[in-house]
Design a protein around this ligand. Structure first.
Ligand code: SOE
Length: 387
């Protein structure tokens, strides 16, 4: 049996553990975590049977690794990716790939020159029923596409006392809801329909202009249950909400709304596509159901089950119908494709997994959205990125 492939995870927080868990279940050995030490990272590494380092340089010096997973706060993504690429390592990076599109393009160039396998974690592509929607669009079930619409709503930043590093523009970037969750929706719209925004107009809003920052750090999503006792007021200008009107390059029109302050919406990505023949609707809060809308016959509710699925959807499905698949499985499926490419020793010509090019695309769209909102004008995003 060949040696297992090996990974190091930089950033032992919420999403770092998701990566490590999915990797382990794929048979990849997570040899080490890298962290600041203040995040309980040492204990987490120990619980995983992995070693712990306080810098990527130290980990790469001591460990034989095939791939570096970057799951830190956003401002560290690009410097860590540069370091990993210079060391000739394959890279899986959380989104956003970088703090701006120019930095993202530089990373893409470096990754291509180095010939490494590179990926950005747009994990929604790997839900089984997302694949089903894509297959239905591709085989023409919907007819010509008229509308691509929906959005992404969360409530974990609803209160002025909710805090996370994403709220600090120095750590998270100058766009928040659009970059954090709108980027998933835009990636998915393109993945399912093959269409990208040709022109857009955006409206962004900051409802909570002053937030109470805890004097100690709070992990993503944990602020809901852990209420720190000491706060300091901080003025905010990043987007709690964004609304975007989109003209797609394939002729469809759409709207996207994103919000981190919508009470009751925990983690709700919604995608609805309306075509000349029929429509589909899917949400990440009910991942096992796909609504199919008709004009002259009864609507359908497809429950994920192998006989009901297109071959492309079956290929990413791991559990029998009735045994709910979810968030963790999407990471397993994404990493499976990435590590297949690593094992082959070459990035595939047309990967189905999201690459740095998709990361750059998301950054370009974010910049177009920010400019449109700032100048109150329609903007044509520059998406001239080779796939
Ligand atoms: C926090 O908003 C977050 O974890 C995002 O960063 C993820 O990308 C999204 O999947 C869930 O919410």
């Amino acid at each position: 049996m060949p040696d297992p492939l090996r990974a190091v995870v930089v950033g032992p927080g919420f999403i770092g553990l998701v990566h490590a868990d999915a990797l382990r279940r794929n048979g990849v050995e997570v040899v080490a975590f890298v962290g600041s030490g203040s995040e309980g990272g040492r204990e987490r590494a120990r619980a995983f049977g992995a070693r712990f380092y306080d810098s990527l340089a130290a980990a790469l010096e001591q460990e034989q690794v095939d791939c570096v997973h970057i799951t830190t706060p956003n401002y560290l993504h690009a410097p860590l990716a540069r370091e990993a690429i210079s060391a000739g390592k394959n890279v899986v990076c959380e989104k956003p790939l970088a703090m701006d599109a120019a930095e993202g393009e530089d990373l893409l160039r470096r990754a291509r020159d180095a010939g490494i396998v590179h990926a950005v974690n747009f994990n929604f592509r790997f839900y089984t029923l997302v694949r089903q929607m894509r297959a239905m669009v591709q085989r023409g079930d919907l007819g010509a596409l008229y509308l691509i619409h929906g959005g992404y709503l969360q409530d974990w930043l609803l209160y002025a006392t909710d805090w996370n590093w994403r709220l600090d523009p120095e750590l998270g970037g100058s766009l928040r809801a659009i970059a954090d969750i709108g980027s998933h929706w835009l990636d998915l719209a393109r993945f399912i329909t093959g269409q990208s925004p040709a022109a857009l107009v955006a409206d962004l809003a900051t409802f909570i202009e002053v937030r109470q920052r805890p004097t100690r750090s709070v992990e993503t999503f944990s602020g809901k249950t852990l209420q720190p006792d000491e706060y300091e007021p901080v003025r905010l200008s990043t987007d709690d909400y964004g609304g975007v009107l989109i003209a797609f390059d394939g002729g469809a029109r759409g709207t996207m709304r994103v919000s981190q302050v919508s009470a009751g919406r925990k983690n709700r990505l919604e995608m609805e596509i309306s075509g000349a023949e029929s429509s589909v609707f899917w949400t990440s809060e009910r991942v096992e159901e796909l609504w199919i809308g008709h004009r002259n016959q009864a609507n359908e509710l497809l429950l994920r089950d192998l006989p009901a699925l297109a071959p492309e959807a079956r290929a990413v499905s791991t559990a029998p119908g009735g045994h709910a698949e979810g968030y963790i499985e999407t990471h397993r499926a994404l990493f499976r494709e990435v590590y297949r490419a690593i094992a082959a020793g070459d990035p595939p010509a047309e990967p189905d997994y999201p690459t740095f090019a998709d990361g750059v695309r998301a950054l370009c769209l974010g910049e177009a959205i920010a400019r449109s909102a700032r100048e109150r004008v329609w903007v044509e995003p520059d998406l001239a990125i080779e796939a």
